[in-house]
Design a protein around this ligand. Structure first.
Ligand code: HEC
Length: 289
């Protein structure tokens, strides 16, 4: 008897679950979820390739040097690189003397880094040394927000690791500012009319590659803001690519060593496997299987 009722109850619950499933599927088909602004405007990072991609890729030193130049001339006015010291730039192919010169002429801070006056204890600055990390131009986060419409320019040392498909993302973000009014729906009407909430508010700039479509960073690059020593073009696209490659390096300066070590380990394991197999054959050669 108890079995019978237990069975009935079980049947009832399974029936309800089936009904709920049917209801969900039915509603999904008859009343599909409304399209959001993100659906319409958002774009995934562009398809772009770099010299350091792939298992054998190495950094293009000339490109990194150009990226550093863009970084110093433009990005460093708002962003810091807390995990990168001036002396690390020797990796990019600069000599010790050149690194000293870069530190003492660091554009955004006039070659100075924050310090404390040893006599008075007051905050002050001192000339930058190769051992210093790339400073933020702001005294602290509060000052940084005050100057940027309450948005904090993040430290960029690890940004290409902190975002999915980071290097392509930074490249796309920098070169991806467009006119939001240019977006049309299938019927040829302006998309903004359909999604008025997606319009950039005061102090925000439309960028389809940014996760919420409107970013507090004004388009930082414009054609010709720097002149490259090697005569490379200083278009927004080229500079975005160079500075993205530079930020890939800041996030993983030892990538080349990592790849080389990986390959060496694989070759070692291969030789070791062959040796192990050969000794197995030798040891068991005279045994009946
Ligand atoms: C005038 C100041 C300013 C300059 C110059 C500037 N940025 Fe920014 N940047 C910001 C601010 C502010 C934010 C935060 C935006 C937000 O959260 O909406 C930001 C955010 C970013 C982000 C993070 C986006 C994310 O996914 O969170 C990246 C990457 C970035 N900037 C790269 C750069 C690069 C590279 C340059 C140089 C070409 C540069 N920025 C120049 C102010 C600046």
């Amino acid at each position: 008897m108890i079995r019978f009722f237990a069975g009935l109850i079980g049947l009832f619950f399974s029936g309800m679950l089936l009904l709920a499933l049917f209801d969900t599927v039915y509603l999904g088909i008859t009343e599909p979820a409304e399209e959001t602004a993100e659906h319409k405007f958002y774009e995934y990072p562009k398809d772009v390739s770099f010299a350091h991609d792939g298992p054998f890729g190495t950094y293009d030193r000339a490109q990194l040097q150009r990226g550093l130049k863009v970084y110093e001339a433009v990005c460093a006015a708002c962003h810091s690189l807390n995990l990168v010291a001036f002396r690390n730039f020797e990796d990019l192919g600069y000599s010790e003397e050149q690194v000293k010169a870069i530190a003492s002429n660091w554009l955004p801070t006039g070659g100075e880094v924050p310090s404390i006056n040893p006599d008075t204890g007051e905050p002050s600055t001192r000339p930058a040394l190769p051992t210093d990390t790339i400073p933020s131009p702001y005294a602290n986060d509060v000052a940084a927000r005050a100057a940027n419409n309450n948005a904090l320019p993040p430290d960029l040392s690890l940004i290409t690791k902190a975002r999915k498909n980071g290097t392509a993302y930074v490249y796309s973000l920098l070169s991806g500012y467009t006119d939001q009014e240019g977006y049309k729906n299938d019927a040829g009407e302006e998309l903004l009319k359909e999604f008025p909430d997606a319009a950039a508010g005061a102090g925000l700039y439309f960028n389809p590659y940014f996760k919420n479509l409107n970013i507090a960073m004004a388009p930082p690059l414009s054609e010709g803001v720097v002149t490259f020593d090697d005569g490379s073009p200083a278009t927004v696209d080229a500079m975005s690519k160079d500075v993205a490659a530079f930020l890939a390096w800041t996030a993983e300066p030892k990538m080349e060593v990592r790849k080389k070590t990986g390959w060496a380990a694989l070759v070692f394991l291969l030789i070791f496997t062959i040796l192990a197999y050969m000794s197995y054959r030798t040891i068991w050669a005279n045994q009946k299987h």
